[in-house]
Write a protein that binds this ligand. Structure first.
Ligand SMILES: N[C@@H](CCC(=O)N[C@@H](CS)C(=O)NCC(=O)O)C(=O)O
Length: 217
């Protein structure tokens, strides 16, 4: 059975949503970051970069939340005939999926990491506070860009009519903005978009399983 190594609310969320969507059997393995378990030898043996999440599927040990989502959607598409979370290879829709997954991981997720860990980017407290404030401003620009895209999209989701792994990934990142001055839920399009996604059983169940309480996003 597959195993997803997780710590509640972290980058494990998107793969966790997807595992629930696909209805696959899997085991959740808690990595207790309050005890620094992600930096201990047992975990580092499985994932030498000491980050969460990690998926184990047979002989495959896979890190990077976005890569895990792409892998699961491709590998187990047949299990979920009703919804294809990753459009077929070689199609324009697949190209758009790549575009969004790269944008979300390289741009928005990276900026959110600066927001949450500013002390890694500056030695003194005032400098770190400035890094955090700048990261929040840049996140706001990115959310504005996504909001504009949703306003023009031919459908309710990033790729149009069809929900995809990019939406599950974006939901996770938007949740991380909930403490900002203007969180994702306060944008004209993102607000109803997040509400729509939050109605999915997979998302509610994932929050229950990870012990996450309101506010959810
Ligand atoms: N690019 C990685 C980022 C993983 C990551 O930074 N995870 C955080 C939790 S959201 C973590 O493990 N933090 C522990 C640390 O950096 O020490 C991914 O998307 O999987």
């Amino acid at each position: 059975m597959m195993q997803l190594y997780y710590s509640p609310g972290t980058a494990c969320l998107a793969p966790h949503f997807l595992l629930e969507e696909l209805g696959l059997p899997y085991e959740l393995v808690l990595v207790d970051t309050s005890k620094q378990e992600h930096q201990q030898a047992a975990y580092l043996k499985l994932n030498p970069n000491g980050k969460i999440p990690l998926l184990i599927d047979g002989d495959l040990q896979l890190t990077e939340s976005a890569a895990i989502c792409l892998y699961l959607a491709d590998q187990y598409a047949a299990q979920h005939k009703a919804i294809n979370f990753s459009p077929a290879l070689g199609t324009p829709e697949r190209a758009r999926l790549y575009q969004w997954m790269m944008y979300l991981t390289n741009t928005l997720q990276a900026e959110l990491l600066s927001y949450f860990y500013p002390e890694r980017l500056h030695d003194d407290v005032a400098g770190a506070a400035q890094v955090k404030a700048h990261a929040e401003q840049r996140v706001a620009q990115m959310l504005g860009y996504i909001d504009d895209h949703l306003a023009q999209a031919q459908g309710a989701y990033l790729l149009g009519e069809q929900v995809s792994i990019a939406d599950l990934f974006l939901f996770m990142l938007c949740r991380w903005t909930r403490g900002m001055q203007k969180p994702a839920r306060d944008y004209a399009q993102l607000g109803p978009y997040l509400q729509r996604l939050f109605e999915r059983r997979s998302i509610i169940k994932t929050f229950e399983m990870e012990g996450i309480q309101a506010p959810f996003y």
